[in-house]
Design a protein around this ligand. Structure first.
Ligand code: PEP
Ligand code: MN
Length: 338
């Protein structure tokens, strides 16, 4: 259930509604938008049969939200949400942004050199995993805190925001000190204790779609983060597992407009993990922008042959630079900017 407040509703009236609904055993969540203020109610709604909220002063309308995800749904918020990363960097508006960098932070020299190249090509966010979710325990697991330091230093030097994956609730605090955006990886999309933990932060979260998750399950995971108070969530489509073996995953391009119709949250596409092959990344990236993605995340490496993870899907910096030029035209064609 969503309560839409009148534009002229006073703070006193709002507080009264919050107190009353809490007393009834509901959990109110207030969202103060530019256009209007709304209160989402979670909990047993039948109590509202005896307490009709429509008659409360300050209330304009009461909307039942049928979707199981409430705060994430379009019914809750009609306008697109814009996630602010830092001053001048917002995801979900007219301007598209590209996140780029190596799969893993491997060493300081690589981070500094890639940061410069992706920045020159027009990227806004530097990526790099320091805690890596590897299928095999014998593969490179990431540099941990040392990697976070290199990522932060490179980001600061080239004025790029930073993103890295958090795999464990116990690392949330540490990682938050180093980066601007926390990434929840595909394998952890339904790690509910981790979702609750990042829900308590005042920091943007990139929530990747699980390897075999439906769009509904993915949005329910986002609901965990929003319902814990953090509304700065960007969804990430990174391909799903299908019967196709020609590519690492299958990019679900449908998910972009589908998510936009179901949710107000911005969506980023990761064409690197979606395809698993550097020569397919460009086409998948262009298709994503054409389909309405708000941002992209692309793996870039100077020497993919020697990369400690995901070399086969990493673009050389020159290829990334060319792709950025092509993406500008696609963005323009769909009324966006890059
Ligand atoms: C990554 O971004 O490097 C990563 C491990 O992605 P995913 O969780 O989508 O597999
Ligand atoms: Mn990777």
């Amino acid at each position: 259930m969503i309560i839409v407040l009148k534009k002229e509703a006073t703070e006193e009236q709002i507080q009264h509604i919050l107190e009353k609904t809490t007393k009834l055993g509901l959990k109110p969540n207030i969202s103060r938008g530019v256009e209007r203020t709304v209160i989402g109610l979670i909990g047993p709604e039948d109590v509202l049969r005896v307490t009709p909220l429509e008659v409360f002063p300050g209330v304009e309308n009461v909307i039942p939200v049928l979707a199981p995800f409430k705060l994430v749904s379009r019914e809750f918020k009609k306008e697109n949400s814009i996630v602010k990363i830092r001053e001048g960097l917002e995801i979900g508006g007219k301007k598209l942004h590209v996140f780029a960098g190596p799969c893993s932070v491997e060493n300081k020299a690589l981070m500094l050199s890639i940061a410069k190249k992706v920045k020159d090509a027009g990227a806004a966010v530097l990526r790099g995993g320091a805690f890596k979710p590897r299928t095999s325990p014998y593969d490179f697991q990431g540099l941990g805190e040392e990697g976070l330091k290199y990522l932060k230093e490179a980001g600061e030097k080239y004025n790029l925001a930073t993103i890295t994956e958090v795999m464990d609730s116990r690392d949330v605090e540490l990682i938050s000190k180093y980066v601007d955006i926390l990434q929840i990886g595909a394998r952890n999309m339904q790690n509910f204790s981790l979702l609750k933990e990042v829900g308590k932060l005042h920091k943007p979260v990139l929530l990747k779609r699980g390897i075999s998750a439906t769009v509904k399950e993915w949005l329910m995971s986002a609901e965990y983060i929003l319902s814990n108070g953090n509304f700065s969530v960007i969804l990430c489509e990174r391909g799903i597992r299908t019967y196709e073996t020609g590519t690492r995953n299958t990019l679900d391009i449908n998910a972009v407009p589908l998510v936009k119709s179901m949710s107000h949250l911005p969506i980023l596409v990761d064409p690197s993990h979606a395809t698993g092959a550097w020569n397919l990344v460009g086409a998948a990236a262009k298709a994503s922008v054409a389909a309405g993605a708000d941002a992209l995340m692309i793996e870039v490496h100077e020497n993919p042959e020697e990369a400690l993870s995901d070399g086969s899907q990493s673009l050389l910096p020159e290829k990334f630079e060319n792709l950025m030029k092509e993406l500008k035209n696609i963005a323009k064609a769909v009324g966006r900017e890059l």
